[in-house]
Design a protein around this ligand. Structure first.
Ligand code: ZN
Length: 365
């Protein structure tokens, strides 16, 4: 019996050692990741049929992902531009811009249908997140924004800002929180025009979301969360309200509590090297971007244990290409994209550098 136990211990120890050895041998498999994205570019697997309504978002993960991997030549640039532009909502006339609706981009073709149902027109469904994804794709493929009149986006985006400074993503019946403040900020930044938002109100809303522990919740008073913290810090940076490399320039007059924020973010790197979105949660690939990105904006990425982060991420790398949420699962477009952004921030050779605030690779025209 004792021998059996010893055998079991020996076996489990050697399995563990073997696992560690394999982990050490794992490399970022760029070619396989490109194949995975190329497959998604041409045809997503059937389980994604139900996500047709956010097709622009899935396209953003795919096309921006190919750009991170330096493989944008696989994309038909003209076809992509024409498809994205075809999803823009246009007001019939100038007066419609004041009807309270948003004239941005629809998430997909089916989302664009303007059918009549018993004489009642189905309302315009264009959405702030789809609009961000549309502009991110257009910018990534090098589209010249001066060729298009985007003024209706900014004029109607004003309709979405709430009295407390937050944004609703669609003209009625939706949540309002930091995610859509970020979308409004990044849209304004990409179009280089801030006339679509009241910055002072948006700033005050963002500041009201910083929690007692230094992180940001999606709404004032909510628990701090990695995604919300990214939306807050990236928005403030895009709005020019905090400086780059804030850690080395920090003064107590800064509009946010930087030492507490830094502490909260650094504590999100878990013992296995990955980042968690909240305390007591397991590590998840995407928070290497949401929390790691905040640390980068703050100029604090030197405090990240990059070696263990890399090892954790490689345990989520799929044999089919792409990344999964947790180790050993199947990949998905969302976690794959944020895995690629994390490796870009870790300066993996052969990858494009990443513009953290904009959420896309650095575009040089
Ligand atoms: Zn995740």
């Amino acid at each position: 019996m004792a021998d059996d136990d010893d055998d079991l211990l020996l076996r489990s120890r050697s399995d563990e050692e073997l696992g560690l050895e394999l982990e050490d041998q794992l490399l970022f498999d760029k070619d396989r990741h490109i194949m995975y994205l190329e497959m998604n570019y041409h045809l997503l697997p059937s389980p994604y049929e139900g996500q047709e309504i956010i097709r622009l978002t899935l396209a953003y993960f795919t096309i921006s992902g190919l750009h991170i991997l330096n493989a944008l030549h696989l994309v038909d640039r003209e076809a992509v531009i024409n498809w994205v532009l075809s999803l823009q909502a246009h007001p019939k006339n100038e007066a419609e811009l004041n009807n309270g609706q948003f004239y941005g981009f629809h998430g997909s073709r089916s989302n664009q249908f303007q059918s009549l149902d018993n004489g009642v027109s189905v309302p315009n469904n264009s959405h702030l997140a789809s609009t961000y994804c549309a502009l991110a794709i257009l910018k990534t493929v090098g589209y010249d924004f001066s060729l298009m009149d985007f003024s209706s986006i900014l004029k109607s985006m004003k309709n979405l800002q709430q009295p407390d400074g937050s944004f609703m993503p669609i003209h009625s019946g939706a949540e309002t929180d930091l995610r859509f403040v970020y979308c409004a900020a990044v849209i304004s930044s990409m179009l280089d025009d801030w006339s679509g938002m009241d910055k002072e109100k948006a700033k005050n809303y963002i500041l009201s979301c910083q929690s007692y522990d230094g992180g940001f919740g999606l709404l004032p008073g909510q628990e701090s969360h990695g995604g919300a913290t990214y939306c807050a810090v990236a928005s403030l940076r895009l709005m020019g309200l905090i400086e780059d490399d804030l850690i080395s320039r920090y003064t107590s007059s800064s509009i946010i509590d930087v030492p507490l924020l830094l502490d909260w973010c650094l504590q999100r790197q878990a013992d296995d090297g990955g980042f968690q979105g909240r305390p007591n949660k397991v590590s998840d690939t995407c928070y290497a971007f949401w929390v790691g990105g905040v640390l980068r904006i703050l100029g604090a990425n030197n405090f990240i244990d990059e070696s263990t982060l890399r090892k954790f991420l490689l345990t989520c790398q799929s044999q089919y290409g792409g990344f999964s949420k947790f180790p050993g699962q199947l990949p998905d477009p969302y976690h794959s994209y944020y895995g690629f952004t994390a490796f870009s921030m870790l300066q993996e050779p052969g990858l494009n550098s990443f513009d953290v605030e904009l959420g896309i690779s650095t575009v040089t025209l």
